[in-house]
Design a protein around this ligand. Structure first.
Ligand code: SRM
Ligand code: SF4
Length: 556
């Protein structure tokens, strides 16, 4: 066994000396340099801000000896993806005034702005604050925006469930005033007393990011097994309503580190509403103390669980709680996989319509779909509620009977296709942003998704499989931001021009996909899947999904 003592990472040192997430950000925002220092880059993440550069012009600029085209990405935390029309209109305005004219809906029900220059950061933060939103805590080594199934928050759920994602986001948000001092109220960082952080954060916060999702009892649009902590509502025979609490999921991997892997969460306990904060806080303390702070790629909680074993991890939680954990209830045998698209009438007589947003990019396309304008008009005319979904889509909900026809007409007039016209792969396909903004992208994802969907739908149609649904997810690198590791077909960027192809995940998110082919050029992806589609057509049961079929017969 190695006796070498590993050093904590540079990011840990930066966090500790940042005075609770202040660092030099205030001063750097005021200088006339387009970028920020490495230290500020790291701390800015906690404020929901990523320093990026436009990679489309990186090479050309380098050849000319010019500086990079520095831009920032800002992620806005939207608990459960719920937005009022006033909030949506503020986001819409900011997208043209401060960002690149698009609003990017994320796989975790948040919103991203791309292409923001440094001088736009404070105005954007102030606009968000004025409309009761914030980017603070949307990124960084903290509990991120809590995700929950939009149906939980609709009319049929009880009040506590409706509020659960907001409640948890607030309970686990860092308490430092740094964001408001630096971005919203002006830079008072130098003069201000530094307040203590929450006990589960301390000065160095968590070893890495931490993700929580709340699923619907029967439906897994949130991919609850892919989370650090997953909650599934249920009723316990002895203690009543609460949640099955799962721990230790996560999907990111790194090619450079073979000791990284995707992992599904284990069911740890059943908690009542009154216990949920306490137990999650104990999980956070355990992770804070035992997580790896010497290697960022292995700093996620799933590795703590995997390395010590789930049973030992559970005991660690009991020690910190000072009591035994209740056993979990059996998990649902079958999750559904609702895409929340199309029209639905709710029990209170209002209507909702789920609208597909390709790769989450809300924009107006010249001569095509003008989704951004359509949503703006709907928000201006009707007091509806918007729900962003974990599939990068948007549900317009609480539409009164009197407004239904007009909402439908606005969507039609802006060429927003009704769900019945969507292709069976297009309907649920996901892609991460990748190039040109993501600094980690090895290759394209979002920009080539429509083309890939087209070729795969073509391949299915040519085999009498055109009416079969297939879940496709594509990312520009193995970090897995569009959750390809649990998809029926996961396409994961491997090199500048190739992808690894994974198959066999479940449409319900309860199974990991397996590697089928490595380093496949983009144009050959549908071709290499061809033999599997042939077998699915010939040997698959009538209603057997592609992922279920592959799991049953294997890929050999
Ligand atoms: Fe992600 C990093 C985009 C969901 C795993 N993710 C990034 C960054 C910030 C790139 C970076 O570090 O420089 C990407 C920003 C690119 C850009 O230009 O906008 C990015 N991740 C996204 C989003 C926007 C993808 C999308 O298509 O919607 C999602 C934003 C979610 C949100 O609102 O908070 C997003 N990322 C995910 C998910 C899926 C999920 O959480 O449900 C995962 C896999 C689950 C997991 O965490 O295990 C994911 N992102 C990562 C990782 C790998 C973490 C790891 O365990 O090693 C990174 C890399 C990192 O953190 O250093 C990453
Ligand atoms: Fe960037 Fe990779 Fe995430 Fe895609 S999967 S957004 S390329 S980090």
């Amino acid at each position: 066994m190695s006796t070498e003592t590993k050093q904590e990472t540079a990011v840990e040192v930066i966090k500790r000396s940042s005075h609770y997430l202040r660092g030099e950000i205030g001063r750097e925002l005021d200088n006339d340099v387009a970028s920020v220092s490495n230290e500020s880059e790291q701390i800015l993440k906690f404020h929901g801000i990523y320093a990026q550069d436009n990679r489309d012009v990186r090479r050309e600029r380098a050849l000319k000896g010019e500086e990079l085209d520095y831009i920032f990405m800002i992620r806005v935390a939207i608990p459960g993806g719920r937005l009022t029309t006033d909030q949506w209109l503020a986001l819409d305005g900011a997208s043209s005034d401060i960002a690149d004219g698009t609003i990017r809906l994320t796989t975790r029900q948040a919103v991203q702005f791309h292409g923001v220059v440094k001088d736009g950061l404070r105005p954007l933060a102030r606009s968000l604050d004025a409309h009761l939103m914030t980017s603070f805590g949307a990124c960084g080594d903290v509990v991120r925006n809590v995700v929950s199934c939009p149906e939980l928050q609709g009319n049929e759920a009880d009040e506590r469930l409706r509020e659960i994602s907001r409640h948890l986001t607030r309970s686990f948000r860092a308490t430092t005033e740094a964001h408001w001092e630096i971005f919203v109220n002006g830079d008072k960082a130098a003069s201000r007393e530094v307040a203590d952080e929450r006990p589960f954060y301390g000065e160095t916060y968590l070893p890495r990011k931490f993700k929580i999702a709340v699923a619907h009892p029967d439906e897994n649009c949130v991919d609850v097994l892919a989370q650090d902590v997953g909650l599934i509502p249920g009723v316990h025979p002895e203690v009543g309503e609460g949640f099955n609490l799962l721990v230790g999921g996560g999907l990111g991997r790194a090619y450079a580190n073979p000791d990284t892997f995707a992992r599904l969460a284990d069911a740890m306990t059943f908690v009542t509403y009154d216990e949920v904060d306490e137990v999650i806080a104990a999980v956070l303390v355990t992770y804070r103390e035992l997580g790896d702070r010497t290697e960022r790629k292995r700093a996620r909680m799933k590795y703590v669980v995997a390395d010590m074993g789930f049973e030992q991890f559970r005991k660690e939680i009991e020690v910190r709680l000072g009591r035994e954990l209740r056993e979990p209830l059996p998990l649902p045998e079958h999750f559904d996989a609702d895409d929340h698209l199309g029209w639905k009438t709710c029990s209170d007589g209002t209507h909702q319509v789920g609208v597909r947003v390709s790769a989450g990019r809300v924009r107006d396309d010249d001569g095509g779909t003008r989704l951004r304008s359509a949503l703006r008009l709907i928000a201006q005319r009707h007091p509806v509620t918007f729900f962003l979904t974990p599939q990068q889509d948007i549900v317009i909900s609480a539409i009164p009977e009197s407004a239904r026809d007009e909402v439908q007409e606005i969507l039609r007039n802006h060429a927003v296709r009704p769900d019945a016209e969507l292709g069976n792969v297009e309907r649920t396909a996901l892609a991460c942003p990748a190039l040109p903004t993501c600094g980690q992208a090895l290759t394209e994802a979002e920009r080539r998704l429509p083309e890939l969907v087209g070729t795969i739908e073509g391949a299915l149609a040519s085999r009498q499989l055109g009416r079969r649904a297939l879940q496709l997810r594509m990312t520009g690198c193995p970090n897995g931001c569009a959750r390809p590791a649990v998809a029926e077909v996961g396409i994961v960027g491997r090199t500048k021009s190739t992808y690894d192809v994974y198959v066999g995940g479940g449409p319900r998110g309860d199974r990991l996909a397996t590697l089928y082919r490595e380093k496949v050029p983009f144009d050959e992806i549908a071709v290499v899947l061809g033999p599997l589609f042939d077998r699915w057509e010939l040997k698959g049961d009538e209603d057997e999904s592609f992922g279920d079929f592959i799991t049953r017969v294997g890929v050999a």
